[in-house]
Design a protein around this ligand. Structure first.
Ligand code: NBG
Length: 834
C-alpha cells in the first residue's frame, strides 16, 4: 500500500500538489507529518519532546496512513452481500503495533530515514511502545495472527474483545521467584485506538425475569436487571500486508450508565451511588490469568457476558443497517467462538432474537446454529469452563432460563435417539448434576454451533475420543480440524529481517504474502554451501543480539558459540519445563565427573509466566533459577553450560528470542498440548525441534521430515496405557542411577543452599504421582538430547536441516488456517489470488 489512491475516497484533505500530509509516504512527507503530529497532537516542539512524544507522533503518522483504507474497508462491510467474520475472543495478544504496521504498509525504510533526519533512531521508538498484553499466551496470540491473515486475505472481519485496563501482569524475578507487577499499558496513551463513544450498548446484570402474555397472547419474558453497564467501542485498525483491506479490532470498555444513582443520592447515600459506578467500571478492568480456579469468579462471567452482549448488539445493528431482516442474520455474520469464553453468545443471541426481536424459538435456534462455530483449545479437564448454577443465576437469570429451554429440547432429542440411556443424557446435559450443579460451557457452545473444531490433527481426534466424545457420536458431521498457524509477517519478516532478506535474495519476496506456496522454493538452497554459510552468519548475529539483551536484563553473559536451547511458553507442569531441568542437571553431573570430556556447550534459555495462583508453576521458576545460580557460578562448567531465565516473556521479547534459537523445546506430555504455536515460530526461524508427538508437533514433523526432527517419548496412546496400567514413577527412579542422582540433588538442597524443604513438594509429586510422566520420558529425552549434540557437531548438516525446516513450514502459515476456516466453517469464498 505504498500510496493510497485518492480516487473514490472520502478524504476531504486537499492535495496541494505535494504529497498529502496525512497519506504521503516519501521521507520528506513522513518527516513533515511527524513534526506536524508532534505539534498538533502532542502539543510539543522538538526541543521539549520526550521520547514518548516522538513515539506518539510517529505512531499517529503511521495510523494516518491506514485510515483511508480503514474507512473504505468499513464501508465495504455495509454491503449486504458480504459476510463478515466476527471473531469473538476474550483475548487478543496483538503485540507492539508500530513495527508491524510499518511492515504491512511497506514504509519501514522511509520512516527510519525520516526519523533519522529528526535526530532519532527508529529502534528506540519501537522499544518505547508498551505492548498491549491483552492475552495470556497461545490462545490470544492465535487470535492476533488470525486477524493479520484475515486482513491479508481480504476477508472483512471484526475481532471483538475486551479493552482491559490492565493486561497480563509484568513478570519480575526476585531472588529466583516470580513477582507480578500490574501492567499499565495505557498509562502513556494508546495512539492506535479510536474511541467511539456513540458506538455503545447497554448490558444488563442480575435481577429477575417477569413472564407474561402480550396483547396477541404470545409468551413474553422481561428481564428486570439489578445493574446496567454500558460498553463503549475502541477500534484499532488491523492492516493487511501491502494491500487495501484494513480490518478492525473492536474492544469494549465498560462504564457506568449513570454517574449517580439519584435515588441513593437523594436519601443522602452519596457513597453508595459512587459504588455502583465503580462496580460497572470494574467489568473491563483486568485480564484474568489462566490456570487459576474459575469457580466463584463472578467478575469473569460478567466480563464474558459483557463483551459478548455488546458485540452481538453491534452485529445486529450492522445487519439491520444493511436493510435486512433478522431471519438472514447468519448471512451477514459468521461468528467464531474462540474457546468457551464467549460461549454465552449462544444464549445471548437467542435472547436477543426471541425477547428483543420477537422471533419464534425454532427460527431463532436455526439462525443461532447457522451463525455460531466453536473452537476448542484444550483437553485439560481443569480448563473446561463451568459455572456454578447459583452464581450463574445471580448474574444472568434470563440466560439460565434460556439454557434450560435449550437443554430441554436437546435432551428430548437425545432421548428420542437413545431411548432409556439416562447415563448418556446426564453426560450430555448442559447442566452437570453429578454433584453441585454447574453450567457446562463447552456443551452450550457445541450444541449451539454448526461446527466444532480442534486446533491440530491429534487434538481434534482426541477431542472426539475424550471430552467431546458423546457430542461427537451425536453430531459427527459438526466436527472438523483446523490446525493452527502463525503469521509469517510478524514472526519472520518483522522479527528476523536479516534472515528474511536472505530468503528473499534466494527466492524473491512473494513468500511473505504466499508463504504456503512459495517458501518450499528454499529447499534447494540447503545444498548450497555458500548459502548455508550466510544462513549461519545470520543465526550468529541473532544469537549475539539476544546474548546482549540477556546480559543487560539478567547479568548473565552467555557464550555466543554455545548451542542456544530454548523453551519459552507459559509455565505449566504439562509443558514440562522441569524435564528440561532434569536434563541440564544430568549434563552438569557428567562434566563434574569427567571434566575433560568434550561436550557441545549449551545455553539453556527459559521464559514464561506462571499463573499467580499456580504454586507448582512458580516453584518450577524458582527451580530453574536455583539451578542457574549453581551452574552459572561453577568454574568447572564455565563456557560449557549456562542457564538463563529470561524475565517477562511477551510478544516484544519473543521477537528477539525466536530468531536466535537453535533448538526448540516442545516437550509436553503427549496428548496434553492442544497445538502449540511457539513450535511453529521457532521452526520458521530455523530452529530444530526436540519434541514429543503432541499437538502440532506431529504435523510439523510430518512436514519437515522425521530426519529433521528430534523425536522422543511416549505417544498419547502410550501415556494413556501407562496410566491405565497404574503408572509407578518410583520404578524409574529406582532403576536409573543418573535420574536418582539428579532427583536426590534437588531434594537434598544442592541447588537451594542446603534448604531441603524448598523443592520437596516438587520432588514428592514426581516420585509419588508424576501425573505428566516426566520420569517415564526421562531417559529417552536424555538420549535424544545426546543425539542433538552429535548432529550439532556437524554444523553443515545442522544448517541443512535448519534450512529444510524453514522451507517446509508452509503449512503453518495462519493464511492456510484462515483459508480452511473460510472453506469448512464460515462458508466464505475467497477472492481469486486472495
Ligand atoms: C491453548 C493451547 C495451545 C494452543 C493455543 C491456541 C488455551 C486454553 N489453549 O496448545 O494450550 O496452541 O491454545 O490454540 O489457552
Amino acid at each position: 500500500m505504498a500510496k493510497p489512491s485518492q480516487k473514490g475516497r472520502d478524504s476531504s484533505m486537499v492535495n496541494t500538489g505535494e504529497e498529502n500530509i496525512r497519506t504521503g509516504t516519501s521521507v520528506a512527507s513522513l518527516k513533515k507529518a511527524i513534526l506536524d503530529n508532534l505539534y498538533y497532537i502532542q502539543g510539543r516542539t522538538p526541543g521539549l519532546a520526550t521520547k514518548n512524544d516522538w513515539y506518539m507522533a510517529v505512531a499517529y503518522t503511521v495510523r494516518d496512513r491506514m485510515l483511508e483504507h480503514f474507512i473504505h474497508s468499513l464501508k465495504g462491510m455495509q454491503d449486504p452481500r458480504v459476510k463478515i467474520v466476527s471473531y469473538l475472543s476474550a483475548e487478543f495478544l496483538m503485540g507492539p503495533h508500530l513495527g508491524n504496521n510499518l511492515l504491512n504498509l511497506g514504509i519501514t525504510d522511509q520512516t527510519r530515514d525520516a526519523v533519522k533526519e529528526l535526530g532519532l533512531e527508529l529502534d528506540d521508538l519501537l522499544a518505547q511502545e508498551e505492548e498491549p498484553g491483552l492475552g495470556n499466551g497461545g490462545l490470544g496470540r492465535l487470535a492476533a495472527c488470525y486477524m493479520d491473515s484475515l486482513a491479508s486475505l481480504s476477508v472483512p472481519a471484526i475481532g471483538y474483545g475486551i479493552r482491559y485496563e490492565f493486561g497480563i501482569f509484568d513478570q519480575e524475578i526476585r531472588d529466583g521467584w516470580q513477582v507480578e507487577k500490574t501492567d499499565k499499558w495505557l498509562c502513556l496513551g494508546n495512539p492506535w485506538e479510536i474511541c467511539r463513544p456513540e458506538v455503545s450498548y447497554k448490558v444488563n446484570f442480575g435481577g429477575y425475569t417477569v413472564h407474561s402474555l402480550d396483547g396477541e397472547g404470545r409468551f413474553r419474558v422481561q428481564w428486570i436487571p439489578h445493574r446496567v453497564a454500558r460498553g463503549i467501542a475502541y477500534d484499532t485498525p488491523v492492516p493487511s500486508y501491502r494491500d487495501e483491506m484494513v480490518d478492525m479490532l473492536r474492544l469494549w470498555k465498560s462504564e457506568a450508565i449513570e454517574s449517580f444513582d439519584f435515588q441513593a443520592f437523594n436519601v443522602g447515600d452519596y457513597y453508595k451511588s459512587v459504588d455502583e459506578k465503580i462496580i460497572s467500571e470494574t467489568v473491563s478492568k483486568v485480564l484474568y490469568p489462566n490456570d487459576e480456579p474459575e469457580i466463584g469468579k463472578t467478575l469473569r462471567l460478567a466480563q464474558q457476558y459483557f463483551f459478548v452482549s455488546c458485540s452481538l448488539q453491534d452485529m445486529i445493528r450492522i445487519h439491520l443497517s444493511r436493510g435486512k431482516g433478522m431471519e438472514t442474520f447468519h448471512e451477514s455474520f459468521a461468528v467464531q467462538l474462540n474457546d468457551t469464553h464467549p460461549s454465552i453468545a449462544v444464549a445471548e443471541l437467542m435472547r436477543l432474537l426471541v425477547d428483543e426481536h420477537l422471533m419464534g424459538w425454532d427460527s431463532a435456534w436455526q439462525i443461532t446454529q447457522k451463525t455460531m462455530a466453536y473452537t476448542n483449545h484444550t483437553l485439560l479437564p481443569e480448563a473446561l469452563e463451568k459455572w456454578s448454577l447459583p452464581l450463574f443465576k445471580r448474574t444472568l437469570p434470563r440466560h439460565l432460563e434460556i439454557i434450560y429451554e435449550i437443554n430441554r429440547r436437546f435432551l428430548n432429542d437425545v432421548r428420542q435417539r437413545y431411548p432409556g440411556d439416562d447415563g448418556l443424557a446426564a453426560r450430555l446435559s448442559l447442566i452437570d448434576e453429578s454433584g453441585e450443579k454447574y453450567v457446562r460451557m463447552a456443551h452450550l457452545a457445541s450444541v449451539g454451533s454448526h461446527r466444532i473444531n480442534g486446533v491440530a490433527a491429534l487434538h481434534s481426534n482426541l477431542l472426539t475420543l475424550t471430552v467431546l466424545k458423546d457430542l461427537y457420536d451425536l453430531y459427527p458431521d459438526r466436527f472438523v480440524n483446523v490446525t493452527n498457524g502463525v503469521t509469517p509477517r510478524r514472526w519472520i519478516a518483522l522479527s528476523n529481517p536479516e534472515l528474511s532478506a536472505l530468503i528473499s535474495r534466494g527466492i524473491g519476496d512473494r513468500w511473505i504474502r504466499h508463504f504456503e506456496d512459495e517458501i518450499r522454493k528454499l529447499e534447494p538452497f540447503a545444498a548450497d554451501a555458500g548459502f548455508r554459510a550466510e544462513w549461519r552468519k545470520i543465526k550468529c548475529k541473532n544469537k549475539a543480539r539476544l546474548a546482549a539483551i540477556i546480559q543487560e536484563r539478567t547479568g548473565i553473559v552467555p557464550n555466543p558459540d554455545s548451542l542456544f536451547d530454548i523453551q519459552v511458553k507459559r509455565i505449566h507442569e504439562y509443558k514440562r519445563q522441569h524435564l528440561s531441568v532434569l536434563n541440564i542437571i544430568t549434563l552438569y553431573n557428567r562434566i563434574k565427573k569427567n571434566p575433560g570430556q568434550e561436550i557441545i556447550p549449551r545455553t539453556f534459555i527459559f521464559g514464561g509466566k506462571a499463573a499467580p495462583g499456580y504454586f507448582m508453576a512458580k516453584l518450577i521458576i524458582k527451580l530453574i533459577n536455583s539451578v542457574a545460580e549453581v551452574i552459572n557460578t561453577d568454574q568447572d562448567v564455565a563456557g560449557r553450560l549456562a542457564v538463563v531465565f529470561f524475565p517477562d516473556f511477551n510478544v516484544k521479547n519473543a521477537q528477539h528470542i525466536y530468531p536466535a534459537a537453535e533448538l526448540s523445546e516442545q516437550i509436553s506430555t503427549a496428548g496434553m498440548e492442544a497445538s502449540g504455536t511457539g513450535n511453529m515460530k521457532f521452526s520458521m526461524n530455523g530452529a530444530l525441534t526436540i519434541g514429543t508427538l503432541d499437538g502440532a508437533n506431529v504435523e510439523i514433523r510430518q512436514e519437515v521430515g522425521q530426519e529433521n526432527f528430534f523425536l522422543f517419548g511416549l505417544s498419547a496412546e502410550e501415556v494413556h496405557n501407562e496410566k491405565v496400567k497404574g503408572y509407578r514413577p518410583r520404578d524409574y527412579y529406582d532403576s536409573n542411577p543418573c535420574l536418582r542422582e539428579v532427583i536426590e540433588q534437588i531434594r537434598s538442597g544442592y541447588f537451594s543452599r542446603g534448604d531441603a524443604e524448598l523443592f520437596r513438594p516438587l520432588v514428592e509429586n514426581l516420585l509419588d504421582h508424576d501425573p505428566y510422566l516426566l520420569l517415564a520420558d526421562y531417559q529417552p529425552y536424555i538420549d535424544c538430547q545426546d543425539g542433538v549434540s552429535s548432529v550439532y557437531h556437524d554444523q553443515e548438516r545442522w544448517t541443512r536441516m535448519s534450512i529444510l525446516n524453514v522451507a517446509r513450514m508452509g503449512k503453518f502459515s495462519s493464511d492456510r488456517s484462515i483459508r480452511e476456516y473460510c472453506d469448512t466453517i464460515w462458508n466464505i469464498k475467497l477472492a481469486k489470488g486472495g
